[in-house]
Write a protein of this length. Structure first.
Length: 323
């Protein structure tokens, strides 16, 4: 979020540098980055709620609560999640249920906080997804977190721990959209179920998650310098479509022993390596009709470069009128 943990590894703090450098294995934390960050978002956050998830650069070892004390002191996060997981919560916006998850708890790549919830978070995820999917007033379920279950970047690619812990639950409860960070670029997958793409979904596609599976988007492209895709892996987006580029033979997923397992994948549909953000718009349908969730990739000049529309049938009865 703020890069308050410079290394992104939750290293212990040091208050004295050696010849102006931080000793190996330590971090020199600078709490003033919080001031800079919060001032930077103030104009927007004064009018629009900002909902936060924690990533590897948020584990400030000088604080308690697994390094999240800085967040607890500064942010009034919802307390609807499991005890001891301050950035895990859910909320409902109209016909859309949203879950914020802490991927530090299940990451294979960066293991500082791996397992800190003792399985409580994943149990909560299943209970919460089940309740939302059984709610007739909820059409779409969106999850957002930091480490990527599906991505092909050179720096971090996919985290096998996240994929193993949560993707089966996303399949089981038909999660519509997963938003990921960590990798500093934009990448959208084809819909995925059981770790494989179910169909091709080029720019402009209509996707039916109940049948097609979950769409995963990496959206780490809003601030920090860009990362690279794998060698020989071109960008592919509207106006710059590269045929066959969804196949990446040299991606990888992090394993529990800290190694990278090479994998050849065919689910990487859109790749954009520049500054961008994602806009999501819900259009609730009438009973017996269709609800849509339009997901758009937009560059720093407000130009749209990617779009898909997720569609779900609305039951004829059972809606309370929350829409």
């Amino acid at each position: 979020m703020t890069y308050a943990d410079p290394s992104g590894a939750g290293r212990p703090p040091v208050h004295t540098t050696v010849a102006g450098t931080v000793p190996a294995g330590y971090d020199n934390f600078d709490p003033t980055v919080w001031d800079v960050y919060l001032a930077g978002i103030e104009v927007s956050s004064a009018r629009t709620p900002w909902m936060f998830a924690t990533g590897n650069h948020d584990m400030e070892a000088l604080y308690s609560s697994h390094g999240y004390g800085g967040h607890l002191a500064r942010l009034d996060l919802p307390n609807s999640g499991p005890k001891g997981c301050p950035s895990v919560y859910s909320f409902v916006y109209g016909n859309v249920a949203v879950l914020s998850l802490d991927a530090n708890d299940v990451s294979h790549e960066i293991r500082t906080n791996t397992g800190y919830s003792g399985g409580a978070q994943t149990s909560w995820v299943e209970r919460t997804l089940k309740a939302y999917r059984n709610d007739p007033d909820i059409d779409f379920i969106v999850c957002f977190f930091h480490h990527c279950a599906y991505s092909t970047t050179l720096q971090h690619a996919s985290d096998g721990g996240v994929r193993a812990a949560w993707s089966p639950l996303f399949d089981k409860y038909s999660v519509d959209l997963v938003m990921q960070g960590h990798n500093h670029l934009y990448e959208r997958t084809d819909p995925i179920r059981a770790a494989a793409p179910t169909r091709e979904a080029p720019d402009g596609s209509a996707i039916e998650p109940a049948k097609d599976g979950t769409t995963y988007i990496t959206a780490g492209s809003a601030g920090r310098p860009r990362y690279a895709f794998q060698a020989g892996e071109p960008e592919s987006y509207r106006g710059h479509i590269v045929a066959g580029s969804n196949v990446v033979p040299n991606s990888y997923a992090w394993q529990s022993d800290g190694t990278k397992l090479t994998e050849s994948i065919s689910w990487s549909r859109t790749r954009f390596d520049n500054y961008a953000f994602v806009a999501i718009e819900s259009d609730p349908g009438r009973p017996g009709g269709t609800s849509t969730l339009t997901v758009r990739g937009i560059d720093e000049y407000s130009k749209e470069f990617d779009r898909v529309v997720l569609r779900r049938s609305v039951p004829r009865a059972g809606h309370s009128g929350r829409h």
